[in-house]
Design a protein around this ligand. Structure first.
Ligand SMILES: *Cc1c(COP(=O)(O)O)cnc(C)c1O
Length: 237
């Protein structure tokens, strides 16, 4: 019975998440066109992603390069847009260039330099977001806000990068509301950076909010929400 309903229920889940996204935008007095849903597809089978695309998803985010590359190839006929949202190893950068419209997870100057170098060699400009460790967690990747302000000039000078905004993952919390101060802080940091007026650092995107807190993130200015579980169900890997 559960199995037989699986298709319907995925379509329902997609519509339900899109509805919640629209309502949160409306509550915040924003047009829902200013918020894009990135479906986080790590560990999700290709056939299920395909159903999701048929149900209205259009933008997919993957975490691991190998898994991503095989999905990009297998889903080419539906031409989804792809973002890379996971930790990117420097030796995998070459595979990312030109395949992912946006890399959300640039977490060091060294990684930014490598992306710049590879994009230059391919003759393209790569759009990226800078990942910020907004709560200063020892276990987490990303720029510390102060370090980011210091590194900004050198990041902005990389000719083949387009730095379009910031991404963060707040500390785990029991209540979605607990993430709000971090989302607010990220938005403030984005505004401070934008005020520096560096031409290649445009800062129009804020990638924040996941299944349990994306509505709060939208209320705080998210332009990209990365949602996995609320669409595809719990991951079993
Ligand atoms: C898995 C993942 C998500 C989605 O998380 P859910 O809680 O399943 O919505 C978002 N962002 C990143 C970077 C992820 O790895």
């Amino acid at each position: 019975m559960m199995e037989r309903d699986a298709d319907d229920s995925l379509a329902r889940r997609v519509h339900r998440v899109l509805d919640r996204l629209h309502c949160a935008a409306e509550r915040a007095g924003r047009s829902s066109e200013t918020v894009r849903l990135v479906a986080a597809t790590k560990t999700v089978q290709v056939e299920r992603i395909r159903e999701g695309l048929q149900a209205g998803l259009s933008l997919l985010g993957e975490n691991r390069m190998q898994e991503a590359l095989s999905k990009v190839a297998l889903l080419q006929d539906l031409s989804p847009r792809w973002h890379f949202i996971g930790q990117l190893q420097r030796r995998k950068v070459r595979d990312a260039i030109g395949r992912f419209e946006l890399i959300h997870s640039v977490d060091s100057v060294e990684l930014a330099q490598e992306i710049d170098r590879r994009a230059g060699a391919a003759g393209v400009a790569q759009a990226v977001l800078l990942e910020v460790n907004i709560a200063g967690e020892a276990s987490k990747a990303g720029f510390q806000p102060d370090a980011l302000m210091r590194d900004l000039a050198s990041l902005g000078a990389l000719p083949h990068l387009r730095i379009q905004g910031l991404m963060t993952i707040p500390p785990p919390a029991a209540q979605p509301e607990e993430a709000r101060p971090y989302f607010r802080e990220l938005r403030g940091l984005g505004a401070r950076i934008r005020a520096e007026g560096i031409p290649s650092v445009t800062m129009q995107e804020l990638s924040m909010g996941m299944s349990h807190d994306f509505e709060i993130a939208i209320e705080e200015g998210a332009t990209l929400v990365r949602v996995g579980t609320a669409i595809f169900g719990a991951r079993h890997v």
